[in-house]
Ligand binder design. Structure first.
Ligand code: ADP
Length: 666
């Protein structure tokens, strides 16, 4: 690029020339943008350098997008210089210009992209962060897809000249970040700032406290820190240095060197990439600012060839459960960026994985629609999945702390894969961890559970619920604990779903402890000499009269009542029958799908509990006794409360309770 080709942004303001303003329109920002700008301009961010990273990132994307368009229509870049980004500091006018010869924007694009926020609700989220004092670093701005507005941290005015590839008109957008923006056709002179017939120039009129961003060293340092990996070369115009050089040797036309490495990071050998560079690249592609919890960079060779550079975040993306959330992997074909919206490239249950895949086998001119069903993409997905699951498994052995953090953040999502991708089920099971009654601190793998199983146990027992501590004290597992039979504590809603479909692991059946009749007689009581309360006691009472009475009294709510083998301390519990869904699943379905169970639960009573013994005696004497009626309701209420359910008739419960207490006292 010669100096003659570089023209400065005209310093005229639109008001200088009335005829030129004939088509100028004054427009308002969307309300959300106003709110956002207020946050950006007024908050004191500790790190304002990131504005440059954001603008460079936009420029690099614009080049990527045009490179892709040009695959179909080579005319678009026929006469253009190679893709590049140019940064020009101007000390006289205190402006900093960042320009690219990327795809550019037409009038509608400018209004849409630089006047609104793509995702509704973003400003509100940011405002919440501000109010809670979490806005101190700029880390969140890029994450919400609003990087351009970061310009207003350092600039009191921003002028954008842009021309969309394939059109013959450049546009000029201008704003002070406060009152809205103006937009009009750019004059030929103004459009000349663009070096090709497409691209974007962003001219920042720097605030007084931001002129250090005009310093060459400062710019270089920021580019090196944040944008070194950007594949497009970034040039820095330094007028002062150039003039000095010209005076020295006017004939020496050295080729201009970019200030970044300008080669795709994933194509470099691993041993030439530093941890910081990997991290910065992750920040760039993921629009996130946490530390990656896992970084994996490899080249697959064989039937299909590709390079993958994948990351697992340490923080859960804020929209992880947003159904609109798209796959975030960036697909390149032979280094040309193709898309970051190909959902068939990664399973939805690995949707938190970020990174780049560069394929050697896909044709460059394939349409994005065709990619969806392409068999090579399918194979790549399998390869990526195996790799990710394998690396997580390895992490579980090498770095337990990191693995535990990962599982805590993403385990619930990964488990969706158990029913979504049968071919990867075994590998998913390898990394699945569950809390259990074995160790209150540490979650266990299924393999370890099975290894601990006594010989005569052929079933994997589990209970599911909302939280571990209430499950630990749930009456249904009392008998298991007293006999030292380990029970898995399932806390994720998704557990209910895969357990419906997957009946066994390693040949051992899964069995909910809140479902069906369970006979624990074959298990020895605990060795600590504790009395085994489920053994047939000498003073056992006949509970048949009571179960019959309860059945009659509670016919509306339960299918029947029976003596329990699983209770040791509590008087009652509810369980589901063999064929139905388990108790917690039923609650989940009720909430999520307005499901009305067609089977009623079974009420189990503990024949060894003093209260049950007493009630049995009453039932034997007079099965119609008034006390029995109230007691039946109270027992049911109690079972429901323990299960964390809301009572259908809390006032009735309170009355019955009061009556009973009164009886006890009087
Ligand atoms: P994001 O880049 O995260 O989408 P921004 O607020 O930074 O959010 O930019 C909004 C949009 O403006 C971009 O998505 C892009 O479509 C457009 N844009 C910004 N800068 C450029 C540029 N240099 N060239 C072309 N389009 C751009």
């Amino acid at each position: 690029m010669t100096n003659a080709q570089k023209k400065d942004m005209p310093k005229e303001t639109p008001e200088d020339d009335a005829s030129k303003n004939a088509n100028e329109e004054m427009m308002q920002f969307e309300t959300d943008v106003f709110r956002l700008l207020d946050i950006v301009t007024n908050a004191l961010y500790s790190n304002r350098d990131v504005f440059l990273r954001e603008l460079i990132s936009n420029s690099a994307d614009a080049c990527d997008r045009l490179r892709y368009e040009a695959l179909q229509n080579s005319k678009l870049t026929e006469k253009s210089a190679p893709f590049h980004i140019r940064i020009t500091p101007e000390n006289n006018t205190t402006t900093l210009t960042i320009k690219d010869n990327g795809i550019g924007m037409d009038r509608d694009d400018l209004v849409e992209n630089l006047g609104t926020i793509a995702r509704s609700g973003t400003a509100a989220i940011l405002e919440n962060l501000k109010n809670s004092g979490q806005d101190k670093d700029m880390s969140l701005i890029g994450q919400f897809g609003v990087g351009f507005y970061a310009s207003f941290m350092v600039a009191k005015g921003v002028t954008v000249v842009s021309q969309k590839a394939g059109t013959d008109q450049a546009w000029l957008w201008k704003s002070d970040g406060q009152t809205g923006f103006t937009i009009r056709e750019a004059t030929t002179e103004e459009a000349a700032i663009l070096e090709d017939a497409h691209g974007t120039a962003i001219v920042l009129d720097m605030k007084g406290d931001s002129i250090d961003y005009l310093l060459e060293d400062k710019i270089k340092q920021i580019v090196l820190e944040y944008s070194d990996h950007v594949e497009v070369p970034i040039y820095l115009d330094d007028k002062f240095a150039e003039e000095n050089k010209k005076a020295d040797d006017a004939t020496d036309e050295e080729e201009e060197q970019p200030i970044n490495a300008a080669s795709a990071l994933w194509t470099r050998p691993k041993d030439q990439i530093t941890a910081d560079q990997y991290k910065e690249f992750y920040h760039h592609i993921g629009n996130v600012f946490d530390e990656p919890l896992m970084t994996s960079h490899w080249t697959a060779e064989g039937v299909i060839e590709y390079t993958g550079l994948l990351y697992i975040p340490s923080l859960r993306p804020w929209d992880l459960y947003d159904p609109e959330r798209k796959n975030a992997l960036r697909l390149y074909v032979k280094r040309v960026f193709i898309t970051d919206q190909l959902d068939t490239l990664m399973y939805p249950w690995l949707r938190f994985v970020r990174g780049v895949v560069d394929s050697q086998d896909l044709p460059l001119n394939i349409s994005r629609e065709m990619l969806q069903t392409n068999p090579v993409v399918h194979k790549i997905r399998n390869g990526l999945t195996k790799k990710v699951l394998g690396e997580i498994d390895k992490l579980s052995r090498d770095n337990e702390e990191a693995f535990t953090a990962l599982w805590h953040q993403f385990g619930g999502v990964i488990k969706e894969g158990l029913y979504d991708a049968v071919e990867h089920r075994d590998n998913i099971f390898k990394i699945c961890r569950f809390f259990s009654t074995h160790d209150p601190e540490k979650a266990t793998s299924l393999k370890d559970y099975v290894e601990r199983m006594p010989e005569n146990q052929d079933t994997i027992y589990y209970i599911s619920g909302d939280n571990v501590s209430s499950m630990r004290s749930s009456p249904q597992i009392e008998g298991f604990i007293s006999r030292g039979v380990e029970v898995l504590l399932m806390t994720d809603t998704v557990d209910e779903f895969w357990l419906q479909q997957i009946k066994e692991f390693d040949g051992k059946k899964f069995q909910s402890v809140t479902q069906g009749s369970i006979n624990l007689d074959s298990f020895d009581k605990k060795e600590d000499g504790a009395e085994d309360k489920t053994d047939e006691p000498k003073d056992r009472v006949d509970v048949d009269a009571l179960t019959t009475a309860l059945q009659t009294e509670l016919a509306e709510h339960i299918s029947f009542a029976r003596a329990s083998k699983r209770l040791t301390d509590s008087p009652v519990c509810l369980v589901a029958d063999e064929g139905g869904v388990d108790m917690h699943m039923e609650q989940v379905l009720k909430l999520q799908q307005k499901y009305e169970p067609n089977r009623k639960p079974i009420l189990e009573i503990n024949p060894n509990h003093a209260l049950i013994k007493k009630l049995s005696e009453i039932a034997i004497e007079n099965s119609d006794a008034e006390t029995l009626k109230d007691a039946a309701q109270l027992l049911l209420d109690q079972a429901l409360i323990i299960q964390g359910q809301t009572l259908p008739d809390p006032a009735g419960f309170a009355k019955r309770m009061a009556k009973f207490i009164e009886k006890g006292l009087v």
